[in-house]
Design a protein. Structure first.
Length: 177
């Protein structure tokens, strides 16, 4: 049973720039820059026939290339921080692409996503890291200076069985434009 999600790949140069923010936070599990991506729609564990249906539904999407810009570092989880992320500007083409995927997946019976779409790149997963340590890390890093890029495709990823983590495999790629 594959664990699937859709996303945008990052160019190597962009991933390398973002990776410079790694380190300096005790208790953080830093992701490999090769696994950096922007999740558009998490699907989860599905049967093989559902995976085929998802791949087919996604192949029908026709959207323009998505502009991707970064707006800084942040964390998710509030008083119980669980991730360090690079925030992505919510460009209209990116929001529309995610919404189209959500509509098409719902039509084929995939359970609706209940969380608000917040585009980001996860840099580290946190467990037991105190909020003041995260605040100190974020304050010490300053602005995230990474050049914007245009995504010419989105992909259907599968995650490693069990942990759901990387390395991620591109199962299918869909052109934009």
């Amino acid at each position: 049973m594959p664990r699937l999600f859709t996303g945008l790949e990052l160019p190597e140069a962009v991933a390398a720039k973002i990776a410079l923010a790694r380190g300096g936070l005790f208790g953080a599990r830093w992701l490999d820059p090769a696994d950096y991506h922007i999740t558009l729609r998490f699907v989860g564990d599905v049967e093989l026939q559902t995976a085929r249906d998802i791949a087919e539904a996604l192949s029908e999407i026709r959207r323009p290339p998505a502009s991707v810009g970064f707006v800084g570092l942040s964390s998710f989880g509030g008083d119980k921080p669980r991730a360090i992320v690079a925030k992505v500007r919510g460009d209209a083409t990116l929001i529309d692409l995610q919404a189209e995927q959500e509509r098409r997946l719902r039509r084929i019976g995939v359970v609706p996503e209940t969380r608000k779409f917040t585009p980001h790149v996860t840099l580290a997963r946190l467990r037991g890291v105190r909020p003041h340590a995260v605040a100190g890390y974020l304050a010490s890093r300053g602005a995230l200076e990474v050049e914007a890029f245009v995504a010419g495709r989105f992909v259907l990823y599968s995650a490693r069985a069990g942990s759901g983590g990387g390395p991620y495999v591109v199962e299918a790629a869909y052109p934009l434009g």
